[in-house]
Design a protein around this ligand. Structure first.
Ligand code: DP6
Length: 347
């Protein structure tokens, strides 16, 4: 982040010191002695109901605001991890071996650098995504959460959920929330070592709640969320209002979840997403993730609401919509959006 922005903070640990502190690795105690042959991790994607947008510190990946999410069972990442030999990591994504210079592989290897038992160690990573990569369906969230679980399994660390969430956050902010099924809250934290910025589960079931995935375009997005939020923080005047707005929405969403107040949940989530997109559009050069079909789908949602079908949408850094509605509205929603995938996270 541009150090001149009012949100920037100085980290008191390097990322490596942060990782060592979380896994308990020191000069006298190795965290790598009990490695198994193969580690496995599996994690779901999550959708933020009140969004994370902006970092106060990039090396430890510390957010400017907290967020609340819901995980989607059945959609996510499965990762197998082994220690290997060779020049560099071997990263297999959906059965295809990636060239080490592609962005996905470089980001993953840079993250794995924090976890090498020695300087010659390389990893073989076999990762299977059941969501399209970089499609605004948060595959980095399930990806880094699954990878951290695989590391925890491989090295037999038996870390707490809180520690796993801290490590996943370092890989991708939204991954901190993908360790949990159901609802999760990612606390913004205030410490300069980043130790209080982790996610935890919100222990509430909501069986009637439905999430619809309305796919507009699942091709790779032009501006990654990492780059998009950096640009927003650095160049958007409207962004000044975002941290307070995000904090208020986060409270409202948690209240809505606790009281099963669907109208409050939907209204707050939709308004939060549109407010985040407003900050993206007001950066320079402008970032507009929407496509004409995205806007058409928004109008279709608003038209349904006018007809008394209570449905709301949320959107991340991409053109796709995620609809929120209750089970009673399922027939009407299915009729309006025939091809949509519907998930009931608690059923
Ligand atoms: C719009 O977690 O992908 O989906 O921390 O840089 O990896 P990095 O960003 P990422 O950003 C997610 C942004 C969002 C909102 C959200 O999921 O809260």
């Amino acid at each position: 982040m541009n150090a001149s922005t009012p949100f920037a903070t100085q980290p008191s640990l390097s990322p490596q010191q942060f990782v060592d502190k979380v896994i308990g690795h020191s000069e006298t105690h190795s965290a790598f002695n009990n490695a198994k042959t193969c580690g496995f991790g599996e994690a779901p994607v999550n959708i933020a109901l009140s969004k994370y947008w902006g970092k106060r510190e990039t090396s430890l990946n510390l957010p400017i605001n907290g967020s609340v999410s819901i995980s989607l069972p059945g959609l996510g990442t499965q990762t197998e991890l082994t220690l290997s030999q060779g020049e560099h990591d071997q990263i297999v994504l959906n059965d295809t071996l990636l060239e080490p210079h592609v962005t996905f592989a470089k980001r993953l290897s840079a993250f794995l650098d924090f976890f090498r038992p020695n300087e010659h160690a390389v990893f073989h990573v076999d990762t299977l995504n059941t969501v399209p990569t970089a499609a605004g369906l948060a595959s980095s969230a399930s990806g880094y959460a699954a990878l951290v679980l695989a590391l925890n399994d491989l090295f037999q660390w038996h870390l707490s959920d809180q520690k796993l969430s801290l490590l996943a956050r370092l890989g991708s902010g939204s991954a901190s929330r993908s360790l949990f099924p159901g609802f999760a809250v990612w606390h913004v934290g205030s410490r300069t070592d980043g130790m209080d910025s982790f996610a935890e589960a919100i222990d509430t079931q909501w069986p009637e709640l439905c999430v619809g995935l309305l796919k507009v375009d699942v091709s790779e997005k032009a501006v990654s969320s990492t780059a998009g939020m950096q640009q927003t923080v650095n160049t958007c005047e409207l962004y000044q209002a975002w941290p307070d707005k995000a904090a208020k929405d986060m409270e409202l969403i948690q209240q809505a979840i606790a009281n099963h107040d669907f109208s409050l949940l939907g209204k707050t989530a939709e308004n939060n997403a549109l407010s985040m997109h407003a900050t993206m559009m007001a950066t320079w050069p402008p970032i507009v993730y929407w496509q004409p079909e995205s806007v058409a789908a928004m109008h279709a949602v608003w038209a349904l609401r006018q007809q008394g079908v209570e449905v709301y949408f949320t959107m991340d850094a991409g053109p796709n919509l995620k609809l929120l509605f209750l089970e009673t509205q399922k027939p009407a929603i299915k009729q309006a959006f025939a091809k949509m995938q519907i998930i009931q996270p608690f059923k």
